[in-house]
Write a protein that binds this ligand. Structure first.
Ligand code: ADP
Length: 179
C-alpha cells in the first residue's frame, strides 16, 4: 500500500491582528504577514497612530504602502488604530495578536506586552513568529538610516516603500550640486 495522495488541509481561518508602527514596512514585516496569512487565513495589519511619535510617514502613507505591498495576498486588511491593542483586537474580532521576534533583545519587551495584554483580555492569545534569518537584522529605523545616507535599500523593503523613502530623503536632503 503506497501513498496515493496527500490532500491539502483546509485553512483554519483564524483572524490575526498584526499591530505595529510600520514606519515604514520592511521585508521582515512583509515576510511575517505572508507566513501569517498562510497559517491563519486572515490578517489585519493595524498601523499605530501615535501622536507622541514623530513618524517619517503619515498613517495614510503607511497604510498605502502596506496595501500596495500585500496586493498578492488574500485575506489582508490594513487599518489604523490608536489606544490599546487589545481594544482594537476585540473590536475587529481577532482571535490572536501576532508579533515578530528577531533576537533575544525583542523577547523581554514582547513578553511583557503579551502578559499585559493577556491580563486585559484573557481570551486573546499572542502568537510570536520567528523572523526569517535573512531579515533578522532589519528594522524600520535601520532602513531609514541607510536611505538617509543614500545606501541601497532595495533588498530591505518592498518596491513601493523604496520609492517613498528615496523621495522623502531626496526632498529632505537634496543631492549636493557642483557648480
Ligand atoms: P513596534 O513599534 O510596535 O515595535 P514595528 O513596526 O517596529 O512596531 O514592529 C512591528 C512588529 O513587527 C513587532 O512585532 C516586531 O518585532 C516585528 N518586526 C520588526 N522588524 C521585523 C523583521 N525584520 N522581521 C520580522 N518581524 C519584524
Amino acid at each position: 500500500m503506497g501513498i496515493h495522495r496527500i490532500s491539502r488541509r483546509a485553512s483554519p481561518a483564524m483572524r490575526a491582528l498584526y499591530p505595529g508602527s510600520f514606519d515604514p514596512l520592511t521585508n521582515g514585516h512583509l515576510d511575517l504577514i505572508e507566513r501569517a496569512s498562510a497559517l491563519f487565513g486572515e490578517v489585519i495589519v493595524a498601523v499605530l497612530s501615535n501622536p507622541s511619535k514623530q513618524p517619517a510617514f503619515s498613517v495614510e502613507e503607511r497604510i498605502g504602502q502596506i496595501a500596495a505591498s500585500t496586493r498578492h495576498l488574500n485575506g489582508i486588511e490594513v487599518i489604523s488604530f490608536d489606544g490599546l491593542t487589545v481594544n482594537c483586537a476585540v473590536t475587529h474580532q481577532a482571535d490572536l495578536i501576532l508579533r515578530g521576534l528577531r533576537a533575544m533583545s525583542d523577547f523581554e519587551y514582547e513578553l511583557q506586552i503579551a502578559h499585559t495584554n493577556r491580563s486585559l483580555a484573557d481570551q486573546l492569545e499572542t502568537v510570536f513568529l520567528a523572523t526569517s534569518a535573512r531579515h533578522s537584522f532589519l528594522s524600520s529605523s535601520v532602513v531609514k538610516e541607510v536611505a538617509r545616507f543614500g545606501g541601497s535599500i532595495d533588498h530591505m523593503v518592498p518596491t513601493e516603500v523604496a520609492k517613498d523613502l528615496i523621495r522623502l530623503f531626496n526632498s529632505a536632503f537634496p543631492p549636493h550640486r557642483h557648480e
